[in-house]
Design a protein around this ligand. Structure first.
Ligand SMILES: *Cc1c(COP(=O)(O)O)cnc(C)c1O
Length: 397
């Protein structure tokens, strides 16, 4: 087992805070500031436009993609960075539909993150080919896979409850039925040990500002299985995904392999910060992270169930069916969470009644968990949440 006290020292964590929201926005790696200053001065400042070649900006989306690939169980050269996750969902789904043109159903579930469903709705409408987005309950996905399904588009770990789908099994079922499997790993990458190549996933997408600590607005990633990498046709056919961007041809020709999933100019500054954040992951094995995350989550669940009888577990009890977050339900979940945040324990609220807590072994230990449980119990026992200031909702919850 790796020494997590060493990784903890690599993050800037405000004094007195127990941060249980790294599933939504990871904390700042200490190295990010220094790395960014250096990049601004030496690269942008001194190299100016030459930086595209001399500082490797142009190849950065692939190089950073290779670092993500290691964490999700994909081969080098199969992942590329850029844009936001919503855009990557669009790219994966539109390419999948073109690869399976005889079919008309996109299958997803009600545990998916709304943006993924909105993107699918917008795409299917603009295609005007009679596509149907079929949204079933998470438990019904397997039975809903049939030979009408062109693409199954599923988020592996539910953003509210942490419920985890069986990626390997559902992908195999989708393939048996002739459907393409698209997985959103937003709450999986950096949270659980993944083997997307072993699970034979067709497309995978994810963001990097959650468990991977790339900072607000950090660029997203997309994976395309090698068998499709030269066949997937990008619908967002931008010049950086062209086979020869600097030939300035008038017609689009996709670049070989995963490069075609690039769209426009990459966010070099954000990729530099993300690259610094990924250094922390170099020393860890995802299996250790997963084992520790289960230990922390189990301690939290046991502690809360003993100390806070008013709360109801909103997550699967079996750790193998959960990602790295736990939610508890309370009729005044928003106010309770605000009172808890005011006391230094930061989690978040998800409508209608969930308090969500993320467990991130790189910078959390058992003492943090115990402290969070004790403060939560105090907030509930003494009804500290029941004041007007804690009831008024902010724009971002
Ligand atoms: C966080 C999250 C998103 C957010 O998408 P952005 O384009 O990065 O804002 C989308 N889908 C899922 C499943 C998420 O968890």
């Amino acid at each position: 087992m790796i020494d997590f006290t060493r990784t903890r020292g690599k993050f800037h964590l405000p004094e007195g805070v127990v941060y249980l929201d790294g599933n939504s926005l990871g904390p700042m790696p200490v190295a990010a500031g220094e790395r960014l200053s250096r990049m601004l001065a030496d690269e942008w400042g001194d190299q100016l436009i030459r930086g595209w070649n001399t500082a490797g900006w142009y190849v950065q989306p692939r190089k950073v993609g290779d670092r993500i690939a290691r964490l999700i169980g994909a081969a080098p050269g199969t992942v590329v960075m850029g844009d936001t996750l919503s855009i990557k969902v669009y790219q994966a789904l539109s390419a999948a539909l073109e690869l399976n043109p005889e079919r008309s159903v996109v299958l997803s579930d009600s545990g998916n993150f709304p943006s993924d469903l909105y993107i699918a709705q917008g795409l299917l409408r603009s295609l005007e080919r009679g596509y149907e987005l079929k949204v079933v309950e998470p438990e019904e996905v397997e039975d809903a896979i049939d030979d009408t399904v062109a693409a199954m588009m599923i988020t592996e770990v539910d953003y509210r409850t942490g419920r985890r789908h069986d990626m390997k099994r559902l992908t195999a079922r989708a393939h048996d039925a002739g459907a393409i499997a698209i997985w959103d790993l937003a709450h999986s990458a950096g949270a659980v040990d993944l083997d997307i190549a072993g699970a034979d996933v067709d497309f995978a997408v994810g963001c990097t500002y959650k468990y991977l600590n790339g900072g607000p607005g950090a660029p997203a990633f997309i994976y395309v299985a090698p068998r499709f990498a030269d066949r997937a046709r990008p619908s967002l056919a931008g010049w950086m995904g062209h086979a020869a961007p600097f030939a300035f041809d008038l017609d689009y020709r996709p670049a070989p392999g995963i490069e075609r999933m690039r769209v426009g100019t990459p966010p070099v500054i954000a990729l530099t910060v993300l690259d610094a954040a990924l250094d922390v992951w170099e020393s860890v094995d995802m299996r250790d992270v997963r084992a520790r995350s289960i230990e922390l989550s189990e301690r939290f669940i046991a502690g809360v169930e003993t100390a806070c009888p008013d709360l109801e577990l909103g997550s699967p009890r079996n750790s193998h069916e959960r990602g790295s977050q736990v939610s508890f339900r309370h009729p005044h979940a928003y106010a309770v969470m605000q009172a808890l945040i005011a006391r230094g324990v930061i989690g978040d609220f998800r409508a209608p009644d969930a308090m969500r807590f993320g467990f991130t072994p790189l910078y959390l230990d058992l003492d943090d968990v115990d402290r969070a449980v004790a403060l939560l119990a105090e907030v509930l026992d003494r009804k500290l949440w029941d004041t007007p200031e804690y009831h008024s909702k902010a724009t971002v919850t």
